[in-house]
Structures are given as C-alpha cells and as structure tokens.
Design a protein around this ligand. Sequence first.
Ligand code: NAD
Ligand code: DAU
Length: 360
Amino acid sequence: MRTYLVTGGAGFIGSNYIHYMFRKYGDDIRIINVDALTYAGNLENLTQVQDRPNYTFVKADICDKETITRIFAENEIDRVVHFAAESHVDRSIRTPEVFVHTNVLGTAVMLNCAKAAWELTDGTFREGKKFLHVSTDEVYGSLPDDENAFFYETSPYAPHSPYSASKAGADMLVKAYMDTYHFPANITNCSNNYGPYQFPEKLIPLIINNALQGRKLPVYGDGRNVRDWLYVEDHAKAIDMVQEQGRLFETYNIGGHNEKRNIEIVNIIIETLREMLPDEDPRKAHVTTDLITYVEDRKGHDRRYAIAPDKIKAEIGWYPETMFKEGIRKTIEWYFAHEEWMKNVTSGDYQKYYTEMYEK
Ligand code: NAD
Ligand code: DAU
C-alpha cells in the first residue's frame, strides 16, 4: 500500500485531490494530510473522509522541521504531494513576507525532510519514492493579448507578484534539489482552478456568493484580463497521472485551453445563476448585471495567462475533460448545496478582509 504525505490538504485543491484519490484508489492507498489550518484551510472540506482508517490528519506547519521530520520517521512515505502555500495574489501584495516564509522556506523544509528520509548512504534515493511540487502558471509572468501566445514548460520565469515570485523561488529550490542531488521530483505548473470548496476570496466563488447576496461584483481594472480556467477535478487527475506516468525530473504544464476575460466569467456566472434559480426564489430579482462594479485595478495585474498543455497530453494522455459550461454549473450547484459551508467561511476574519480589500 502506497502512503502519501499531502501538504495543504485542507485547502481548495488539496481537499479536492484527497477526495479524488480516495474515489480512485479506495483502500489501496493511505493519505497523511499535513495542514496548518490557516484562514484558507478548513477541515469541513474533509468530513467525508475523516473517519477512513487509511486517512490521517496532522495539524502542522510545513516550516516546522522537527514535526515534518517526525512524520517521515514514523511513517513509510512513498509519495509527497506538496500543495501547502499562501495562494492569494491580493494578500501577497499586502503581506509579502508570509508568502516568502511559507512558500519558499516551507518548500525547503519539505524537500530537506524528504531527502533525509529517502536518501541512501551512497547518495542515491530509495526505489519508488517521489515528490510532486504543485505550482502555478503565474511563475511565467504575463502574456500579451495575442491568442497565439502560450506558456510552455520552456518559457522563461518572469513572476510579477510577491505570490508568484515566492512560488518561482519554491520551483527553483525543487529544480536545485533535482539538479544537485538527483532528488526524485516533478513540478506541475497549473492555470486557474475553479470548483467546490474554493475560498470566496478568489474570483469565481466571490462572484457567486456576492451575486446571491445582492452585493456588488467587483471587477478589477477594465475587466479584460484573461485567465485559463480548469475544473479542479481535472487538476487532481493530472497530478496523479504526472506522478504515476510522468518522467521524473520533468516539469508539466496543466491548463484548460479555456481562456476567458474576467468580465466574461462574471457575465457567465450571472447568466447561469439566473438559469438555475427558480422563478420563486427571491434572489433571482437581484442577480443581474447591475451588480457589476468596476473597481481599482490590482497592482501589477498580469494581463493574460494561457497554458499550452501539449507536453502532458503527448506524454501522458491527460487533457481537460470538463467543459466550462458544465464545470461552472457543477460549481454553482455545489455552492447552492453548501450554503452553511459558505456561511462558516465568511464569518469572522473574512468580513475584516473583505472590508479592508473592497470597502475602504
Ligand atoms: P488554498 O489557499 O485554498 O489552500 C492552501 C492550504 O495550505 C490551506 O489548507 C492552508 O491551511 C495550507 N497552508 C498554508 N500555509 C501552510 C503552512 N505553513 N503549513 C501547512 N499548511 C499550510 O490554496 P489552493 O488554491 O488550494 O492552492 C494549492 C496549491 O496549488 C498552492 O501551492 C498554489 O500555489 C497552487 N495552485 C493553485 C491554483 C489555483 O487556481 N487555486 C492554480 C495553480 C496552482
Ligand atoms: O493562474 C493560477 C493562479 O490562479 C494560482 O496560482 C493562484 O493561487 C490563484 O489564486 C489564481 O490567481 P489569480 O490572481 O488569477 O486568481 P483570482 O481569482 O484572485 O483572480 C482571477 C482574476 O480576476 C484576476 O485577473 C483578478 C480578477 N479579480 C479577482 C478578484 C478576487 C477581479 O476582477 N475581482 C476580484 O474581486
């Protein structure tokens, strides 16, 4: 039985990955989820798996070298899937140091502990051990508004935000471990994810939540920035495929071939909500484009991201399976069915963040 050490498994993508992995492998794998439960980590995302005998949760900070060392010492870890990070660009513009600490130092601790646990006396690594570092397309910077321009694995790194710079730093450390020690790892750089359990500081859940509450829908700048949206389950599947079928030491870009301007996304959400809400639902009256409000642009706002997922398709056979029309309906359905989840995550600290960010 393979044992996975998943970091950041209580966050958006990490929790979706854990659900995906148990759906796929059932009792044939064991998962240890290490998460510090920051504002973005939520054990409510994992209630369906929490009682499984092959699932363990450890509340720990990835920067805590002693605890991570102990987890490796007490468990025969075969796979590390490293999600844990500070992930929100707007927050990184306000508090960059937290991002450097968790994303760079935390990744260094994870690499070092895995290396110490897996390295043999001759400097080679124990058979079958693998580390996958989950990263972002934002490390490549910004593309021009030209639909033929894409990010490739060979694109130069040119991060702009403190978030993407810290992720680029983490990627470089993983590359350094592969180059220096021949450490068995992969890096994946993925585009924007959407789907269940996403914290409503990010565009799609924020717009869904605000629209349902009749609150303004804040669109940064001219609303014409482009992101390449991927349904989160497709990302989870890609990570597993890269780790099991990819070539070690390689980077794989993961993307949806689903580029949309932010304003298009906002309009699609309004349209879809209006289609899905029954006529007698009082919220239907206020879910209209009148809520759209253009606000000050994000500092250093990257114009366009777009991944060409050619390598992962050619080498591994992965491609995005969920069309946006279907994915956004599934996402909205999930938020309809999880109003309590939304209430819980938007109480307390979220209000303070929201006021400082949007209502100052
Ligand atoms: P998230 O913010 O929803 O979750 C991050 C998780 O990491 C949370 O559970 C949090 O508690 C945990 N965490 C944060 N600091 C920690 C620490 N010091 N020690 C232990 N746990 C800690 O993020 P997400 O959107 O799920 O992103 C997960 C990973 O995927 C990140 O590495 C991010 O850079 C990358 N990524 C995200 C996207 C996206 O669209 N969301 C796209 C590409 C790549
Ligand atoms: O590209 C991958 C990245 O996607 C991940 O690495 C990040 O962790 C993830 O947060 C995401 O970054 P973005 O900055 O692209 O995502 P966000 O949802 O914050 O914003 C998407 C776009 O929408 C972006 O152009 C900014 C804009 N936006 C966002 C918010 C929150 C708005 O116009 N209004 C908003 O209120």
